[in-house]
Design a protein around this ligand. Structure first.
Ligand code: SF4
Length: 61
């Protein structure tokens, strides 16, 4: 499972880092993915955060 945050779209709300802190972290006012390849154990949290992102900045594939 690959996750990419579009830093140009992210508004830095911090929601994804709160929902899945093992996957996302804030760097300044944008979220970044800690590891591009997300372990299966964290996939549900990672996907849930992507679904909740208010500006749909997180792409999951
Ligand atoms: S939930 Fe979306 S807008 Fe908010 S910090 Fe994460 S990627 Fe950025």
């Amino acid at each position: 499972m690959k996750i990419v945050v579009d830093k140009n779209t992210c508004i830095g709300c911090g929601l994804c880092a709160q929902m899945a802190p093992d996957v996302y972290e804030m760097q300044g006012d944008v979220a970044v993915v800690k590891a591009g390849d997300v372990p299966a154990a964290q996939a549900a949290d990672a996907k849930g955060a992507a679904d909740q992102c208010p500006v749909s900045a997180i792409a999951v594939s």
